[in-house]
Design a protein around this ligand. Sequence first.
Ligand code: PLP
Length: 355
Amino acid sequence: MRHNFGAGPCILPQEVFKQASAAVLDFKDGLSILEISHRSPEFDAVVAETLKLVKELLNVPSGYSVLLLQGGASLQFSMVPQNLLPEGGTAAYLDSGVWASKAIKEVKHFGKANVVASSKEANYTFIPKDYVIPADSAYFHYTSNNTIYGTELFELPVTKVPVVCDMSSDIMSREIDVTKYDLIYAGAQKNIGPAGLTVVIIKDEILGKTDRSIPSMLDYKSHIDGGSMYNTPPVFSIYTAMLNLRWLKSKGGVAQMEKENIAKANALYAEIDRNTLFKGTCAVEDRSRMNICFVMEDPELEKPFAKYADENGFEGLKGHRSVGGFRASMYNALPITSVHALIDLMQSFEEKHKK
Ligand SMILES: *Cc1c(COP(=O)(O)O)cnc(C)c1O
């Protein structure tokens, strides 16, 4: 089997793939999960368990709703200002990468984005610090893990304004304190399940503060009232996400994942720093545990290393075009044995090419 370091849609546990495929053939009395009614009691139970697992795994307190939506994290870029930004209001945004800047771009349809800091000039190789979030901002938006550039923000900025976070690529990878957030969103395909599902966790009291008229499908309230079943939900994505969250819980939950993710990331960064052929691309203090970006001291060796990796069963290591080099995405389901295999590969390549 190939070692899957792809950035997304991501690796999921083999047992999840087995269970999901079994349900395609027979979910209930010979009926496929793909053909049952989303209003059936059996599917109601799937939605209920998925919501319960999200709440349980992240310790979501009362006063928050969990929503299972569609449209990806990208739809949240506009749903957030549409629902939270009053007419003529301003929201504060931290520009730490391409996804953050795409979120910023959507605000203009509804009001103003105040970019409090940006590391764009440095090709997003670090997370900006020492910025001020004006107290009259409608909310503060940031991206906790910059999937493309391999930086991660572990400490939540201190502010009194509502905090909105795009957690697409590090949700469920480490413990968080949900009470510090007002809205969290994540496209499922990085760490929760397959593509097609977006998870939103929202503090109920922040809604209903704009006078804007919002189409039902884009209004968080319709989805809260409809119990994430305002319209036909992405049935199979939800089912598979539920299986993956069950797996996560059985493995010891988010706290255990965090331990493993720290071990995996430390091992690979140690090799990148030790190996004479490779170097990391980001500020050391901002290094992501989920997406580890590195290049070669000699760019001429990048093609041969990519080929060597491919021949030896490694998948998805190519860096995003805006960074180049390599990116090892190490989501929850990636076993540490794959990380050790990558380290061995880097060492054997070094042996061959040592000057
Ligand atoms: C992948 C990603 C997105 C985009 O997600 P879609 O579900 O494809 O819209 C947004 N933000 C972050 C941090 C991502 O990693």
